[in-house]
Ligand binder design. Structure first.
Ligand SMILES: [Zn+2]
Ligand SMILES: [Zn+2]
Length: 392
């Protein structure tokens, strides 16, 4: 072989230029294909990536998590408020941990990923210290959500605690702006959740949520509706006419196109109780048939990216997420299965339901295991027979 001649006179050839791999066109993520997305709130205790395995193992194709302990103040290390009540716990994840989480989520095709913000956050608080602390905590929520590649960050609007309702909703909008100031949110969308309306809590009516959203036209926002909260707030979604009326109320205020997440929870408390108590699907005051109507309602169906209808009723990437209690082992699996059943769709992975120590065996795997077991039995029986023969 001829030796390559190196000389400084080589003509520049554009073909020789190093070109990095072209970045794939930033199309919509795979989960925005208009297919039904059913998820569940899962624990991040121990290892955040474990939450993905749990959701996947339960037969969900979407999930919601907290990105830190939900009832503790976590104040970023850069914060001047660290001295005033930074609780224990973790406020940041290691970069390797986050990279592993993102990669595994992609492998498992879980989407959307929803993060529920800390319950202590009150963006409407008239108390200055609490308000500043809430803004800082929500800022940290945004940072963690972006770092984890979350699609939605759900937050309760808060409580004005006696302040005039108009002042309170203006405070929420102002706080949201302050928390997001200077941030690149990427694909993250902030969702305000409707509430049961207990005490002075904001957001039990859709017009109140619209008021806040209208004050944030520059932020990527939307709404998360919770079935138990709607019911407790007096929306009779148990009855077909009540559901229609509720959907009309949503469409004429915040608009259905801005509903990205539907928290599916039955309610322990009666219609209009203004008390928020979640119950297993079908075991509460809303009931199975109402959930069947909700899951199959054309106005609540997800739309595929780029194929939105006019007037838009199907939110792109809309998902149904369970926040039901776990009173006994297997409740989570049962609730996920119930939603798939009500939606008339087989769960993505059809488990036999043999849940043992958190491991579920797939039917195909189960058959193999059974075959292996019986052949091992035969072998040992054969050995025993041979040994007995020898003895004789
Ligand atoms: Zn909820
Ligand atoms: Zn709730």
């Amino acid at each position: 072989m001829d030796e390559i001649q190196h000389n400084s006179q080589l003509a520049y050839d554009a073909e020789d230029e190093y070109r990095p791999e072209p970045t794939p066109p930033a199309g919509p993520p795979a989960w925005q294909d208009g297919s039904i997305r059913i998820g569940i709130h899962t624990s991040i205790a121990g290892d955040i990536a474990q939450s993905l395995e749990i959701a996947h193992g339960l037969g969900a194709n979407a999930l919601q998590i907290f990105s830190a302990s939900p009832r503790m103040w976590h104040v970023g290390s850069s914060s001047p408020m660290k001295s005033i009540g930074a609780g224990p716990g973790r406020e940041r994840f290691a970069p390797t941990e986050m990279a592993r989480f993102r990669a595994r989520r992609e492998e498992l095709k879980l989407g959307p990923l929803v993060i529920h913000a800390n319950y202590l956050i009150n963006l409407a608080s008239p108390d200055r210290v609490l308000r500043v602390r809430s803004i800082q905590a929500f800022h940290d929520e945004l940072i963690r959500a972006v770092a984890l590649g979350a699609d939605y960050l759900v937050v309760h609007p808060g409580s004005g605690r006696g302040a005039h309702a108009r002042e309170a909703v203006e405070s929420v909008a102002q706080s949201l702006h302050q928390a997001a100031r200077g941030m690149k949110l990427g694909g993250l969308r902030i969702l305000l959740e409707n509430t049961a309306g207990q005490g002075t809590v904001l957001g039990s009516t859709f017009s109140e949520l619209k008021f806040i959203l209208d004050l944030c036209p520059d932020l990527p926002t939307g709404v998360c509706i919770d079935t138990a909260h709607m019911f407790a707030a007096g929306f009779n979604i148990r009855e077909p006419e009540g559901l229609e009326k509720t959907l009309q109320a949503i469409q004429s205020t915040v608009s259905l196109a801005r509903i990205f997440i539907i928290h599916c929870n039955d309610s322990k408390t009666p219609l209009g109780s203004r008390v928020d108590r979640h119950e297993h699907i079908g075991k509460g005051k809303i009931g199975l048939e109402a959930f069947r109507r909700i899951l199959n309602h054309p106005m609540l169906a997800p739309a595929a990216a780029g194929q939105e209808k006019e007037p838009a009723t199907g939110g792109v990437g809309r998902a149904f997420i369970l926040e039901t209690p776990i009173d006994k082992p297997g409740d989570d699996l049962r609730n996920v299965r119930t939603l798939w059943k009500l939606a008339g769709k087989p769960a993505p992975m059809d488990f036999i339901g043999a849940a043992r120590d958190g491991f579920r065996i797939r039917p195909s795997r189960r058959k193999k295991l059974a075959a292996r077991k019986s052949s091992a039995k035969k072998r040992s029986a054969g050995k025993r027979a041979a040994a007995n023969k020898r003895k004789r």
